[in-house]
Design a protein. Structure first.
Length: 484
């Protein structure tokens, strides 16, 4: 939900990006007009298959996954779904080793595992990773290494999510607001994002349990620019195909990649016309109560699963309404829809806002009310759903418990790197009991939020402790609908 961070850098007309003229969109078959209903009557879900076209699966990163139609598959050819949580802080904390800001520790990931999550999505900022950036953090890469090691030790796969960028300007020194001259949420990735993915993918190409989410919540650009890159609003952006190619062709990594749609990742309606050319590709949707009505789920992203086009993962969702309207009903409805169509999901956000008030927890939104992982109102729905899925030890897994990262030129993930683990208390998980699993209307309390692109949780960019202070400005995620 960090969709709203932006800063801009005007680039000269002499392009530094090598994007190609997009071909004409391919013809698209008509999608079903049916939408989700609580009784599950629309259209009949079909079981996923891992039988590869042509008889052999595509290349896979070690201990990782491949995709076949709308199914993610293990090396053994077993369908796999990701169910987990989103973990912010590394996109906005100035010092990645400062536990008072990041709240990162081995115990924190063990708590996620105790909820029965099998994946964690970690938000990153390219300017803290890239050594040429003014905001470069020399401990950042080793901190990410440590996070990956902690997560995998807790039984979690890891989605590395490029959450913030700089519109091509590595000289930016601020991440205080979603505007030009800041390292925050932007409309689309840029030339520096290409370098980011070259380095990150090379570092983790030997660990298939690490997935790459190319860019968080694209918005305000055309589908052509979303895929191929190009000039928009005076800035030059890198498209999803360019980021994918950097991972496959430059970093030689076969890890699963994830691409979020337009409209702050709510809209994947044109993916059949503008698909990423390649293999092991998933598509991400963000679904917030403010601005993402259930009546549009099928046409915006559900059809990809229903028509066996590509795997879908809802990498952010939540009820970002202010009290007293914030409930667990929205989360329950999103999860029910994902389950119905064998979509993966991760909930926004595993983050305890500074005040811990119901108002701040709803506006962010947060699924934990403290760093002991006491579930919030929405977290109770997420916890109940996670505990309903088979345990990893019961379901079996092909992924090795330890990272097998390729050292590459960067030396590879430092499993024992000191990332400034903070003194998070494991404490009581909050004793949330199982919720009533009855689904509700997808539009649960359809409180519209206007333009998703205006809500942002500005404070998150600077001081984590104050993140909740700006929650009142958020309609859900960073973007138009949600949390960050």
């Amino acid at each position: 939900m960090l969709r709203r961070y932006t800063f801009a850098f005007a680039v000269s007309t002499a392009s530094c990006l090598n994007y190609t003229t997009p071909p004409s969109p391919a013809a698209v078959s008509d999608a079903s007009a049916d939408t989700f209903t609580p009784d599950g009557t629309t259209p009949t879900p079909q079981p996923g298959t891992c039988t590869p076209d042509g008889g052999s699966p595509p290349p896979m990163a070690p201990n990782g996954y491949y995709t076949q139609g709308a199914t993610v598959c293990t090396p053994a050819g077993t369908p796999h779904l990701f169910h987990g949580v989103d973990r912010p802080t590394l996109e906005f904390c100035p010092d990645s080793t400062d536990p008072s800001c990041t709240h990162l520790s081995a115990d924190d990931f063990q708590l996620m595992g105790s909820w029965n999550a099998n994946v964690v999505r970690v938000a990153l900022d390219q300017d803290r990773w890239l050594s040429a950036a003014a905001l470069y953090d020399p401990n950042y890469a080793s901190t990410v290494d440590q996070v990956v090691a902690w997560a995998e030790a807790a039984g979690l796969d890891v989605i590395l999510d490029l959450h913030w960028s700089d519109r091509g300007d590595l000289t930016v020194t601020s991440s205080a607001k979603q505007a030009a001259g800041n390292s925050e949420q932007q409309p689309m990735a840029d030339v520096n994002s290409i370098e980011f993915w070259k380095e990150v993918a090379a570092r983790y190409r030997g660990d298939g349990r690490v997935l790459f989410e190319l860019y968080n919540e694209p918005n305000s650009v055309s589908w052509s620019i979303w895929l191929y890159g190009g000039m928009s609003g005076g800035y030059e952006y890198a498209g999803m195909q360019m980021l994918y190619d950097a991972i496959r062709n430059d970093a030689h990594a076969d890890n699963v990649v994830i691409a979020g749609g337009l409209d702050w990742a709510f809209d994947l309606s044109q993916v059949k016309q503008y698909p990423i050319q390649g293999y092991n590709v998933m598509y991400a949707a963000h679904v917030y109560r403010a601005g993402d009505p259930g009546s549009q789920w099928q046409t915006n992203f559900g059809y990809l699963a229903q028509q066996n086009v590509a795997p879908v993962i809802i990498t952010e969702f939540g009820d970002n309404q202010s009290t007293p309207n914030c409930t667990s009903a929205w989360d329950t409805s999103v999860i029910a829809y994902a389950d119905q169509w064998s979509m993966s999901w991760s909930a926004w956000a595993w983050y305890a806002t500074g005040s811990g008030t119901l108002e701040s927890l709803c506006a962010f939104p947060s699924i934990i009310s403290d760093w002991s992982a006491t579930p919030s109102v929405q977290g109770q729905a997420v916890l109940a759903a996670l505990q309903n899925y088979p345990r990893a030890e019961d379901a079996g897994t092909d992924a090795a418990p330890e990272a097998a990262a390729d050292a590459g030129d960067d030396g590879g993930p430092a499993g024992d790197a000191d990332a400034g683990a903070l003194d998070a208390t494991t404490g009581d998980e909050g004793g949330a009991g199982a919720l009533d699993a009855t689904t509700i209307e997808a539009e649960a309390g359809s409180a519209g939020a206007g333009d998703e692109g205006d809500a942002g949780i500005g404070d998150e960019t600077g001081d984590a402790a104050d993140a909740d202070a700006s929650a009142d400005d958020s309609d859900g995620d960073d973007g138009p609908d949600g949390g960050e």
